[in-house]
Ligand binder design. Structure first.
Ligand code: PAZ
Length: 325
């Protein structure tokens, strides 16, 4: 479903296509609640001082969007993204003193949980007697860290988690986030690690009920999702620092595609990654350089997101200085 390829070469998306995408999308559930949480989060973080990097907020997008095929959807198109990149990066941004809005696909990886086994509830806990549940000593430290660090970040207001499932929800929430971060100017980062569908079934052309197989093979035409990145970058929050990701399975075209995205969307950084090596290394593409960032393979459990976020923080600091000068 990652079909950015040819679309990258298309001219800018006209604003009216974007407007009509939003106008025809199903209304976002809990929109008022989300706006309220965002306002509280931004207010709290703009008044934070001492140890936090003053006012620095990053919106990390994570996991993949779904494309429903029916309004009461039973079937949908999905993609592979596990949300590991977004969840791990969130941890490193928090450590670096940033506050994080974690816009994630429901059911995908969560910050501080990467070391938990696949089925934490069943694998980490056992019933000791009728009223007590015990943590398996083997997993005790991991469980403690996942719970305490996650809750501490949410409780002290430095981590706001917003879930999405469909492409409609993702783009609607992203728009709300950009409206709240606009006032932070260069202090805000958009770190767009989610795998976002490029094609979708417009809401008005979807059937209400489950598509029936009795009518034979299914012919379906998917429309192109308007390229919101241009709107985000140029209109919604134009002073923010922008990092997008480019995934390819063909190493030979990866850098050219990343360069193209950098120029077309005026990104500050594009992180190029190849599917099979994405956890080992990425290439950071900017206007002036291409830097390969690798996981420290001599350290058990080391993640590529650690040096990657360090580099992003460094370049973001330079950007803020330049804008403020
Ligand atoms: O979520 P994950 O850790 O499994 O994978 C991360 C990723 C490959 C989705 C991300 O690094 C990325 O490249 N996102 C953008 C994909 C794209 O639209 O090209």
């Amino acid at each position: 479903m990652e079909a950015v390829d040819d679309a990258d070469q298309l001219p800018e998306t006209p604003k009216n296509e974007v407007m009509s995408f939003f106008e025809s999308a199903p209304p976002l559930k809990d929109a008022a609640e989300t706006e309220k949480s965002l306002k509280e989060f931004v207010d709290r973080n703009t008044s934070l001082s001492v140890n936090r990097k003053a006012n620095r907020v990053v919106c990390v997008t994570s996991g993949g969007t779904t494309v429903p095929l029916e309004k009461r959807y039973v079937r949908y198109i999905d993609n592979f993204a596990s949300g590991h990149r977004g969840a791990a990066s969130t941890e490193y941004f928090l450590k670096a003193g940033y506050s994080v809005i974690f816009l994630y696909r429901r059911g995908t990886c969560q910050p501080f949980c990467s070391l938990l086994p696949d089925d934490p509830l069943l694998e980490c806990f056992s019933v000791a007697d009728d009223s007590n549940i015990e943590v398996d000593p083997l997993h005790a430290e991991t469980v403690k860290r996942a719970i305490t660090e996650n809750r501490a970040a949410v409780a002290d207001g430095t981590l706001l988690k917003l879930p999405f499932t469909t492409i409609f929800e993702y783009l609607q929430i992203l728009q709300l986030i950009s409206a709240s971060l606009r006032s932070l100017g260069p202090s805000a980062i958009f770190y767009l690690a989610a795998a976002v569908s490029d094609f979708y079934v417009p809401w008005e052309s979807m059937t209400l009920h489950k598509i029936q197989s009795a009518s034979g093979p299914l012919d379906m035409r998917l429309a192109q999702v308007p390229k919101m990145l241009s709107m985000l970058r140029n209109e919604w929050a134009p002073m923010a620092f922008y990092i997008s990701f480019k995934l390819e399975t063909d190493q030979d075209i990866l850098l050219a595609k990343a360069d193209m995205a950098l120029k077309k969307y005026k990104m500050h950084m594009v992180i190029a990654n190849e599917l099979s090596t994405r956890k080992e290394e990425v290439i950071v593409v900017t206007e002036h350089e291409k830097v390969t960032v690798r996981r420290d393979s001599t350290q058990a459990g080391a993640e590529v997101e650690c040096p990657l976020v360090e580099l992003v923080v460094d370049r973001h600091s330079a950007y803020i200085k330049k804008v403020d000068a």
